[in-house]
Design a protein around this ligand. Structure first.
Ligand SMILES: Nc1ncnc2c1ncn2[C@@H]1O[C@H](COP(=O)(O)OP(=O)(O)OP(=O)(O)O)[C@@H](O)[C@H]1O
Ligand SMILES: [Mg+2]
Length: 323
C-alpha cells in the first residue's frame, strides 16, 4: 500500500518551487489540489498544463478514486449534518436546519434580517450536535463591514453561552473587493481543515461583484469569475462537509409587471450554484417572513420569525393567531 501523503510537497511532480507556487495560490492541502480544476492551477499557480495535470492526478489518488459507488454517495449523505437556526419555524422550513455539503442562500431587501441570521448561525454552529450545532468553528467573510462582535456576544449570552468563547470560535475576514473575496475563499481550505471550521458565511456574496462590474460589456467577465468562485464554495462544502451560507440582495426587475417586482441578484449563475434559496421579507408587526424559493426537495412554504435582542426567534403573524 502507498504510504499516506499529508503534505503537497510529497506529491509526485511537486518540488519545493512548485509547492511554493501552489501554496501561494491557496492550494495548500492535498484536498485543495485534488478538487481544483487543472485550468486553475495553470492560471493561479502559473504551472504548465502537463505538470498541473500530473499533480492533480497524484492528489486525487490520495483522496479517492475518480469513480465512487452509489453506496459511497449514500454514505457521504449520511455524514450530512443540519445546523439549527435557533427557530423551530425556520428549521422546519429548511427540512430540519441548514445542510452541510450545500450552499444555502438567503436573499432579501435591506433590513430583512440576512446579517442577523448569519450572526445567529455563527453562534449555533458551535453548539454540540445534540443541540443542533455542528460542533465546529466559523469562517465569516464580511464584504460590507456589518459583522458585529458585540451583537454575536449578545446573542451568545442570551442563550447562556460564554460570549467570549463563542467569539474565539469565529474567524472573521473583512474583504474589500471581489479579488480579495476570491482569494480569501481560495485560501480557506487549509484554515477550514486545521481549525475544524464547519460553517462558512459570505455576507454578502455579490456586493463587490455588482459594484465593480458595471455595464453590459463586463457581464461575461463577471459571471465567469463568479462562477468559478461559487464552484470553489461548492467544492469546499462537499469535500470538507461544511455548511456554506451566503446572503444576497434583491434587485429591481422591471420586467415583472405582475407579482413580485424584485428578484435575487446574480442571474442564473448564483441560482444554479445555490442548493437552497430562501427569500426573506419584512412583514407587518416587525416580523420577518422566510420563503423557500428554489430547492431540489424542500416544499415552497413559508415561516415567520422575529429579530429580538436574543437573536432570531419564532413568531406568528397577528392574522394567523387564534385570538
Ligand atoms: N439587537 C437587536 N435587537 C432587535 N432587533 C435588532 C437588533 N439588531 C438588529 N435588529 C434588527 O435587525 C434589522 C437589521 O437586519 P439585518 O442587518 O440583518 O438586515 P440585512 O438583511 O442584512 O440588510 P442589508 O441588506 O442592509 O445588509 C434591524 O432593522 C433591526 O430591526
Ligand atoms: Mg446585511
Amino acid at each position: 500500500m502507498d504510504q499516506e501523503i499529508v503534505d503537497i510537497q510529497d506529491l509526485d511532480g511537486v518540488g519545493p518551487v512548485t509547492a511554493g507556487k501552489l501554496r501561494e495560490a491557496g492550494f495548500d492541502s492535498i484536498v485543495a489540489v485534488a478538487v481544483a480544476p487543472i485550468r486553475e492551477l495553470v492560471d493561479k499557480a502559473g504551472l504548465e498544463a502537463s505538470a498541473a495535470n500530473k499533480i492533480v492526478k497524484a492528489a486525487r489518488r490520495q483522496i479517492t478514486t475518480d469513480f465512487i459507488t452509489a453506496k459511497q454517495l449514500y454514505d457521504r449523505r449520511q455524514n450530512l449534518r443540519r445546523l439549527t437556526l435557533g427557530s423551530i419555524n425556520l428549521n422546519k422550513l429548511l427540512g430540519g436546519g441548514i445542510e452541510t455539503q450545500a450552499i444555502t442562500e438567503f436573499v432579501g431587501e435591506w433590513g430583512s434580517g440576512k446579517s442577523q441570521l448569519c450572526m445567529q448561525l455563527s453562534v449555533t454552529a458551535q453548539l454540540p450536535n445534540k443541540d443542533g450545532g455542528l460542533e465546529g468553528k466559523v469562517l465569516f467573510i464580511d464584504t460590507e463591514g456589518t459583522f458585529s462582535a458585540e451583537r454575536v456576544y449578545q446573542i451568545a449570552q442570551a442563550s447562556q453561552l460564554q460570549g467570549e468563547k463563542i467569539l474565539e470560535g469565529i474567524f472573521c475576514s473583512r474583504v474589500y473587493n471581489s479579488d480579495h473575496q476570491v482569494l480569501t475563499v481560495d485560501h480557506a481550505f487549509k484554515l477550514c481543515q486545521e481549525e475544524n471550521i464547519r460553517l462558512l458565511i459570505i455576507d454578502s456574496v455579490l456586493s463587490h461583484f455588482r459594484s465593480e462590474y458595471i455595464g453590459r460589456e463586463t457581464l461575461a467577465e463577471r459571471q465567469q469569475k463568479l462562477n468559478s468562485h461559487l464552484h470553489k464554495l461548492t467544492r469546499l462544502a462537499q469535500a470538507l462537509n461544511l455548511a456554506v451560507v451566503v446572503t444576497n440582495q434583491v434587485q429591481a426587475n422591471p420586467q415583472a409587471f405582475f407579482g413580485d417586482p424584485t428578484r435575487p441578484a446574480g442571474g442564473n449563475i448564483l441560482a444554479h450554484a445555490s442548493t437552497h434559496r430562501i427569500m426573506l421579507k419584512k412583514a407587518s408587526g416587525g416580523l420577518r417572513c422566510a420563503r423557500v424559493i428554489d430547492s431540489p426537495y424542500l416544499p415552497e412554504s413559508e415561516a415567520f420569525f422575529q429579530i429580538t435582542e436574543k437573536g432570531i426567534e419564532d413568531a406568528t403573524p397577528k392574522s394567523r393567531r387564534e385570538d
